[in-house]
Design a protein around this ligand. Structure first.
Ligand code: FAD
Length: 581
């Protein structure tokens, strides 16, 4: 079909939503509830984004039915006061809420309880227990606001990773399909289409261009298929253009997967730093770049710096490149993941070394406390500078992530990348932990090595991010020194509490354990209705953004994404149709 400006379109709907994560799905459902037609486009083979492999913890408060049921006092005003409180800081002094955009916080505060009820109405189930503060961060201090989705409908291929986040995304998907939302999967948005613009007559965003992006796993010939198919638009055309009669929503999840983009916020986020949520879906800044190409501004950029606790995380699973999560063998994307990896039960069983072979931290410390959340500050008073002194932890100058990404002697021009971190351990540690150190539990293709001596082990470490071979002499000296700390019962270097086990029994192992970047906290500038704002501070008509791709809101996770999706789905659906004037 062709419009009056001679644009060729393949499909059209009132609202074209790019991204089927919690922001996109909430917007899609709310918009069809409002009577709009919707097409959701996703670059992936299935819906869900990072959320479908997430932990399913949902931070929503402000007076939800769950809070009321368990007599937890909360209100929109309390949420707003919490999320704009400048006085609370993290262990390293980074303020959680000081740079939050006040208009966005007010909009969130006013809609978050409604968004919770909206999830229930659309089939999401939460554990029937009092909301708590587990699994969230940057949710504000005054009330517990964390709800936990439960998955009662079986596991397996419905979920890329048998994660609780599936209990959020599959019900939303079922509801969206039932209500008539259409899906164009395996198509990646490559650009937004905006009408010509002048100062007096800003052009509308009227559609998107997409590129076919099938997912064929190594060793297979057929592309992966989505779990559900009703409402899917069937196409294998190489390029598809979609016309948006009312608006386009960028809900692409953020920019952490784009190396150069993320380094604009913090140059230390070099290539070895992997991304939580990959390789299921990528947050590759395509939404931000497309928005910027039609004039959009960015917002809240300091939230993305490494100092901001939960933006970065310590490794959780070793011996796999995609190391935030232990993958399931039955995952449809396992051929990409390649190994399950394994979790560490006791950090006394390993030491962590940098790419040179030196320790850099007390391994037992793991993640620093990240973000602050409900009831963490005892006798909390809004905007009282003494809150910091009442935090329930001892501030320390640097944390695991800072230590891991510190410069070291292999870090050289032009990149100055700190390089990988490796967990070093021996056969006794493997026995104590019960690890299986063969594929598919480990990835021997650059992410797991073994040898009979430490020198041989260092020489074997070949990995795409390792600048030069690890220095065997240094690794031997590191282990000898650590073993002497075990004899003395004191870690004289990093004060690991009473080092317990020597690393002494061959074979010796090196397993990938590099820190990850977890969240995007900066993105396109939006107003309280999630409408995108340009570099002159003016609205770009017909363009919305929600979720991790939107800037100005420092909070981890799905709560803000769902709420912004709800706000934007409502507003976009109520716009007049373009071309119907
Ligand atoms: C392992 C893990 C555990 C987590 N646990 C929790 C938790 O317990 N609680 C919580 O609240 N949060 C959790 N999170 C964070 C949460 O998943 C994210 O905050 C949330 O999913 C972001 O939602 P979104 O809609 O902005 O983006 P996403 O969920 O990432 O969805 C974005 C979608 O856009 C698609 N896309 C991107 N670019 C394009 C393009 N150019 N064209 C078409 N499609 C595109 C992607 O394929 C993806 O499907 C977790 C994250 C991870 C990785």
């Amino acid at each position: 079909m062709t419009d009056s400006n001679h644009h060729q379109w393949d499909f059209e709907a009132d609202l074209i939503i790019i991204g089927s994560g919690p922001a996109g799905m909430a917007a899609a459902i709310k918009a069809v509830d409002e009577g709009a037609s919707v097409i959701v486009v996703d670059a992936n083979y299935d819906i869900g984004g990072h959320a479908i492999i997430s932990g399913g913890h949902m931070a929503l408060g402000g007076g939800t039915s769950a809070q009321k049921k368990y007599n937890i006092p909360d209100s929109p005003d309390t949420v707003f006061a919490d999320l704009t409180d400048w006085s609370v800081v993290q262990a390293n002094g980074t303020p959680d809420f000081r740079y939050n955009d006040r208009a966005l916080m007010r909009a969130f505060a006013d809609h978050c309880a409604t968004a919770f009820e909206f999830l229930l109405e659309n089939g999401v189930e939460f554990a029937d227990k009092a909301p708590d503060n587990q699994g969230a961060s940057t949710t504000g201090n005054s009330a517990p606001r964390e709800n936990h989705a439960i998955w009662t409908k079986g596991a397996g291929l419905e979920s890329p990773n048998a994660a609780n986040g599936t209990a959020v995304m599959r019900p939303l998907e079922a509801s969206a399909r039932k209500k008539g939302v259409r899906f164009l999967l395996n198509y990646k948005m490559t650009s937004l289409v905006r009408e010509p613009s002048s100062e007096s007559n800003p052009g509308h965003v009227i559609g998107v261009n997409t590129q076919y992006n099938p997912h064929i796993m190594p060793g297979q010939t057929e592309p992966l298929k989505s779990f559900r198919s009703e409402g899917n638009i069937d196409s294998t055309k190489s390029q598809v253009a979609l016309r948006a009669r009312k608006a386009v929503l960028v809900a692409t999840g953020g920019s952490t997967s784009h190396l150069e983009f993320r380094r604009m916020f913090d140059p230390r986020l070099t290539a070895e730093v992997q991304v939580g949520g990959e390789p299921y879906s990528y947050q590759d800044a395509s939404g931000e770049l497309a928005g910027m190409a039609v004039g959009a501004a960015l917002w809240g950029l300091q939230h993305q710096a490494l100092e901001n606790g939960a933006t970065m995380r310590a490794q959780r699973a070793l011996a796999t490149k995609y190391n935030y999560t232990t993958w399931k063998l039955e995952s449809p994307i396992f051929p990409l993941v390649k190994s399950t990896g394994f979790n560490v039960k006791d950090w006394q069983d390993v030491i962590l070394v940098n790419q040179v072979g030196r320790r850099f931290y007390d391994e037992t410390k793991g993640d620093p406390p990240h973000g602050n959340h409900g009831l963490q500050v005892a006798e909390y008073t809004h905007n009282d500078h003494r809150n910091t002194a009442k935090l329930g932890y001892t501030p320390h100058k640097y944390n695991f992530v800072h230590a891991a990404l510190a410069m070291n002697e292999y870090s050289e021009a032009p990149d100055y990348a700190a390089g990988p971190q490796w967990a070093i351990f021996d056969a006794d540690a493997v026995a104590r932990e019960g690890w299986k150190v063969v594929p598919p539990y480990v990835d021997p293709d650059g992410y797991f090595f073994s040898a009979n001596t430490l020198r041989e082990l260092a020489a074997k470490i070949e990995n795409e991010y390792q600048a030069k071979p690890m220095n065997g002499e240094i690794l031997e000296a590191t282990v000898a020194r650590y073993n002497s700390f075990v004899d003395k019962g004191v870690d004289e270097e990093f004060a690991k509490p009473t080092p317990k086990y020597k690393i002494q029994t061959a074979p010796f192992y090196a397993a990938w354990g590099t820190v990850i970047v977890h969240d995007t906290r900066s993105g396109l500038r939006i107003d309280a209705k999630c409408r995108v704002v340009d570099m002159a501070g003016k609205l770009i008509p017909g363009l919305y953004c929600a979720g991790e791709s939107a800037g100005g809101f420092n909070q981890h996770g799905m709560g803000r994404c769902v709420t912004q999706g709800y706000i934007c789905g409502t507003d976009a659906a109520r716009r007049p149709r373009q071309g119907d004037k």
